[in-house]
Design a protein around this ligand. Structure first.
Ligand code: ADP
Ligand code: ASP
Ligand code: MG
Length: 421
């Protein structure tokens, strides 16, 4: 007998029929004698609709009320799932974040989970109940509903799994695992049977939205093994494990030590809508970078890639960095109205960049991945605007127009294409 937390994303609970299909997966686990807790997202499209309504009501709304509205989608699916499970003869009860409680800080709209009291969930599961918990939400120290940021139900699921000491956390979604790249962009993408936490964290950070970044961080910190699998599979089909043994299909996200065959490159990711900003002839004094990026941080703007050139004259330098397209106007305004914190001659920039990255733990021990990546892009005539690297990834910023071409070219170049496609 195992203790399992299962999470269903928006497309997997998009209507009552799909909720019923998801419930059959839960029933299979319950029938096998496992203790199961469920975390659900809102029906697909629902959260977007709710966010739209809030913005329509007021562009300058209070973040606490945004959360009050936007968290409601998950409450609907949790209740419906509990009803459907009960109808199947399974004792089930819904729990909103505050009822568990899932405690968070008070950063409304992007709250962090600070702790989960497992007492009630633990008791329910031991007594043979299936708790159905709303994803994406919690309760602030002030007793108000918070939400965790888009895609946050993955994080709820991992946090619940860690809190109740689950043996496994199964993430049911609309793809049957984690692929070498987004299967919607590259038809030849292959499903990975296993991927390490570190690689998954990079992939999630670099644009693979199959798992929310924070959920992978949490899984890594608490050593929660994640299984990413499809909810549309027949719940009664034989269960085959990622490594071919009887078990369950999907991709296991686990410790690097569990992976025998290590690839140099495991995946290629794409993040669009990256804006580039360059400050020219910045007065090059100690503290100038802190002043520039402090100005942006004060406005809550997250900066991604940063490049600073060495000044020819020793007095001025150029600094280039990227921010999300949606933050571009805000960033430019903050830099222009910096209140004399730093000086520069000119500001230039543009929206519509794309960040393409290759990720793999094998890069730690293999030289030349970056240079071969640049060569593969050059062969396609794609110009590189910015480069950043870390131990297990290399990222380039290119024109959005060439994004898909670049992803496909790199996928082929690193031998990741599925042979039968
Ligand atoms: P859910 O609603 O279940 O949380 P998401 O839409 O958040 O599902 O995430 C699943 C989607 O992630 C897939 O439909 C796929 O298009 C996308 N995706 C991006 N990169 C990858 C990847 N490397 N492997 C699998 N899916 C990916
Ligand atoms: N419903 C929320 C969203 O769409 C959370 C989630 O689905 O993970 O962002
Ligand atoms: Mg998601």
């Amino acid at each position: 007998m195992a203790r399992i937390v299962v999470k269903f994303g928006g497309t997997s609970v998009a209507n009552v029929e799909r909720i019923r299909n998801a419930a059959r997966h839960i029933k299979r686990e319950v029938d096998a004698g496992h203790e199961v807790a469920v975390v659900v997202s809102a029906m697909s499209g629902k959260t977007n609709e709710l966010v739209g309504w809030v913005n329509e009501a007021s562009k300058f709304h209070d973040a606490r009320e945004y959360d009050a509205v936007v968290a409601s989608g998950e409450q609907v699916t949790a209740g419906l799932m509990a009803i459907v499970l009960s109808e199947m003869g399974i004792q089930a009860r819904s729990f909103a974040g505050w009822q568990v409680p899932i405690n968070t800080d008070d950063a409304h709209g992007a709250a962090r989970i600070t702790g989960i009291d497992p007492t009630e969930l633990d008791k329910r599961m031991k007594d043979g109940w299936v708790p159905v918990i709303t994803g994406f939400q919690g309760i602030s120290p002030h007793g108000r509903i918070t939400t965790l940021g888009r895609g946050g139900s993955d994080t709820s699921a991992v946090a619940v799994a860690a809190a109740v000491g689950a043996d496994r956390c199964d993430i049911y979604t609309d793809v049957d695992g984690v692929y070498t790249t987004d299967p919607r962009i590259v038809a030849k993408a292959q499903r990975l049977t296993k991927i390490s936490f570190e690689e998954m964290l990079e992939m999630a950070s670099l644009g693979a939205k199959v798992l929310m970044i924070r959920s992978v961080e949490k899984a890594m910190a608490h050593k929660v093994r994640l299984l990413v699998r499809a909810s549309f599979d027949d719940p009664d089909a034989p269960q085959i494990a990622p490594d071919g043994t009887p078990g369950v299909p999907g991709t296991l996200v686990c410790d690097e030590a569990e992976i025998v065959e290590k690839q140099i490159v495991s995946g290629v990711t794409l993040a669009k809508a990256e804006a580039k900003i360059t400050l020219r002839d910045v007065k090059d004094n100690p503290g100038v970078a802190a002043a520039i990026f402090g100005t942006l941080a004060d406005k809550g703007i997250i900066v991604d890639m940063i490049v600073q050139n060495i000044a020819d004259d020793g007095a001025t330098t150029d600094i280039t960095f990227t921010v999300p397209d949606s933050e571009y106007d805000k960033a430019v305004k903050a830099l222009e109205d910096n209140g004399g914190r730093f000086e520069y001659a000119r500001l230039s920039g543009s929206k519509g960049g794309a960040k393409v990255s290759v990720v793999g733990v094998g890069m730690r021990s293999h030289a030349g991945v970056a240079s071969s990546m640049f060569k593969a892009l050059a062969d396609k005539g794609i110009n590189i605007q910015l480069i950043t690297t870390s131990e297990i990834k290399t990222s380039v910023l290119i024109d959005e127009e060439y994004a898909e071409l670049a992803v496909r070219a790199l996928h082929t170049y690193y031998g990741l294409d599925r042979q039968d496609a």
